[in-house]
Design a protein around this ligand. Structure first.
Ligand code: FMN
Length: 181
């Protein structure tokens, strides 16, 4: 039965990629700050594998990349208002460094999306005015990050009762435990 929940989670995450406007299209990504504190931002879910590895795209100069290089443990938070699901996925961030793989994805990105990874200066850099925002012609800073999960906390709100299951990866298999919501 717990395995069925895991399958349902996987299918719903897939919908986040394939269905326009699906609430799992975006998620809140949490990372650990360089000095202290927690970094949180919204990112778009680009890919999900059967073992629930999640991929998002970013600029390799963005502060979150430095944070993940310093401490790879990250958390992904999803919320589905209609299903009343909260999904928290904890894992290790793996930054793709293979230029051939990156080039293959880059080639297929729409021109407008490419702009997100070609600003002349790094995300978060100061601008005197918005008109000062310029783009690189040739070089890009596109990179992909895969979250390799090891823990999932799934909460489903119900009318008579809520259901909460925690899944941990043990020797390559997900083990689920019901916990008090
Ligand atoms: C709806 C939405 C989707 C976003 N998707 C992404 C994304 O897929 N990748 C990304 O790097 N930033 C994305 N952003 C911008 C981030 O939330 C964030 O502002 C930016 O990446 C800088 O984050 P950092 O300073 O923590 O590195 C998105 C923002 C919004 C509002």
């Amino acid at each position: 039965m717990k395995a069925n929940f895991l399958e349902e989670i996987y299918l719903e995450l897939q919908c986040g990629i394939s269905k326009n406007g699906h609430p799992f299209r975006c998620f809140a990504l949490g990372s650990i700050g360089l000095e202290s504190g927690v970094g949180l931002r919204t990112v778009v879910l680009r890919e999900v594998s059967e073992n629930l590895r999640l991929t998002f795209y970013t600029d390799d100069r963005s502060p979150k990349i430095a944070e993940m290089k310093h401490n790879g443990e990250v958390s992904a938070l999803f919320y589905h208002p209609e299903k009343r699901w909260q999904l928290r996925i904890t894992g290790n961030a793996v930054i793709e460094e293979n230029p051939i793989l990156l080039e293959g994805i880059w080639e297929n990105l729409p021109p407008n999306s490419k702009k997100d990874y070609t600003t002349a200066t790094a995300p978060g850099s100061l601008l005197n005015k918005m008109d000062d925002l310029t783009y690189l012609d040739v070089k890009n800073h596109f990179c992909t990050v895969q979250i390799v999960p090891f823990f999932i906390d799934f909460l489903k709100l119900g009318h008579s009762h809520h259901t909460r299951i925690q899944f941990s990866l043990e020797k390559g298999d997900w083990k689920g435990t019901f916990v008090v919501p």
